[in-house]
Write a protein that binds this ligand. Structure first.
Ligand code: SF4
Ligand code: MG
Length: 323
């Protein structure tokens, strides 16, 4: 079976008058069908840019500078804009923080769902409507026949995000990119939405890239996790291994910083300092100015990502020491 997503040594750069900024530096990750990969890190780690690069939605002047992206075995980073638009709708779904950005306020939820279904499946109107009802049921929206006739503003935040999830699933995609899908929602709703993503992933076999700054969400929802720092993957592996036995000091810091239920600030006070700016990425291991275990080697050389017994980590501590 082809992986839902295979990102191989992806680099993304942003040219500017003062030079080219390397936003993503040779990032690799894969997602199997029916698997949730959590991509975690503080704001500025490059998680969202990775997701946007996969969707082919990098903001100008950002561009892919190296590597390859395959979705369901098909290479997508070399497609023309026209081909990509087609593949994006059919093979990839997207869920962002604010459900309103994905919904048109002027049309009923039913019209938007039915049009998306018809565009990508060629179903008749009658069949598409039946499918839309089914999708609303699948995402846990009660009284779906009535709800189809309503407009986005008639839904609560949580119900609206469920509609967006239904839209993301409408074409039967292989991959869904979910970027902070619960961050804007009421705390009481957040766990319901992540549980829904888990259920849909198990039932439909779609692969999900779950982008979040919250290690707690990863712990509850994901199968594997990929920790990013300053545009690089610093640790990846099965969630249970990474959580119980983090190899990279940054991952260990994220674990200590699992936010309380009421804290939505995307910074980690438990790790001193902050994510470096792209135009000021520190030499060697980019985490070294904040790392309690940094040594001279960390300042001089960037550690490669290598396999440990349970996961992969990019840290000199696992590779012969920091001296
Ligand atoms: Fe810390 Fe050095 Fe490991 Fe980087 S390589 S995380 S600075 S110990
Ligand atoms: Mg982001």
């Amino acid at each position: 079976v082809e992986p839902a997503l295979d990102v191989s040594e992806l680099s993304v750069e942003f040219p500017s008058r003062r030079g080219t900024l390397l936003a993503i530096d040779q990032v690799s990750m894969a997602i199997a069908p029916g698997e949730i990969l959590g991509v975690v890190g503080e704001s500025g780690a490059g998680k969202s840019i990775t997701g946007l690069a996969v969707l082919g939605l990098l903001e100008h002047p950002g561009r892919i500078a190296g590597g390859a992206i395959h979705v369901g075995g098909r290479r997508v980073d070399t497609l023309t804009e026209k081909e990509l638009t087609k593949v994006r709708g059919k093979e990839m779904g997207a869920i962002f923080q604010d459900p309103l950005t994905a919904l048109n306020p002027l049309f009923t939820v039913g019209k938007q769902l039915i049009e998306t279904i018809r565009l990508h499946t060629g179903m008749t109107k009658v069949n598409a409507e039946a499918r839309a009802v089914e999708l609303l049921q699948d995402v846990g929206i009660p009284a779906p026949e009535e709800r189809l006739r309503q407009y986005p503003h008639q839904f609560s935040g949580g119900m609206r995000q469920r509609v967006v999830i239904a839209l993301a699933l409408a074409a039967g995609p292989r991959l869904i990119i979910a970027d902070e899908p619960t961050t804007a929602l009421d705390v009481s709703i957040q766990a319901q939405i992540t549980a829904l993503l888990r259920k849909l992933c198990d039932e439909t076999g779609v692969g999900i890239m779950l982008v979040t700054h919250d290690m707690g969400v990863i712990a509850e929802t994901a199968d594997r996790v990929c920790v990013m720092y300053s545009g690089r993957v610093v640790e990846s592996g099965p969630v249970a291994d990474v959580i119980h036995n983090p190899q990279h000091p940054y991952t260990a810091g994220l674990m200590r910083a699992i936010p309380s239920l009421h804290d939505r600030v995307e910074t980690l006070t438990q790790i001193d300092g902050s994510m470096p700016r792209l135009n000021a990425r520190p030499s060697g291991c980019a985490f070294h100015p904040r790392c309690p275990q940094a040594g001279p080697k960390c300042v001089a050389e960037n550690p490669p990502l290598v396999s440990t017994s349970t996961a992969s980590a990019a840290c000199w501590l696992q590779q012969g020491g920091t001296q």
